[in-house]
Design a binder for this molecule. Sequence first.
Ligand SMILES: [Zn+2]
Length: 173
Amino acid sequence: MTGIPDIPVHLVGRPRAGGLVVPWITPATRDGGLYLFGKIGNLAQYRCLTRSLCQVCGRRLGVRAVLFARESDLLHQCTAEPAVCPPCAAYSRRACPMLAGRRHRYRAGDHPGLAGTPIAADQVLRQAAPVERWYAVWIRDYDVVDHPAQPGTLTASWQRIPPLRIRPLAATA
Ligand SMILES: [Zn+2]
């Protein structure tokens, strides 16, 4: 396993870093020179959630989509991670170190490129914490709601619209 999966056709035009496709939602540093993998730009997150866009390719979601959720997200039936289209979900499961179970802890410190940028409370809480198990929540639609435990954090919720299925991803340990 090289850890660098083939790029699906619909993502060939996207920028890459280290052989991996840079998701549509991933912010770059102010000078544009560095992509901040694992970060979500607030405006991009808002656009994805409210316009039903895939967070990886940036295209409008179709009849089915996937929300990648942590174990703790299942409790609240929502996640701050916008949905992805099925082809991007298949790619992300192989390419994203978190989803593929190749990283066992969150980054201990924040990215130097983000110096001076406020980070979300839930990110502070997760720093250096052991990685939780991830699930693929297959959905037809979602509601955009405020996170019940973290007011001010927008999420995609499947509480009102039952998901098609919820599957655990490969174990991380
Ligand atoms: Zn996509």
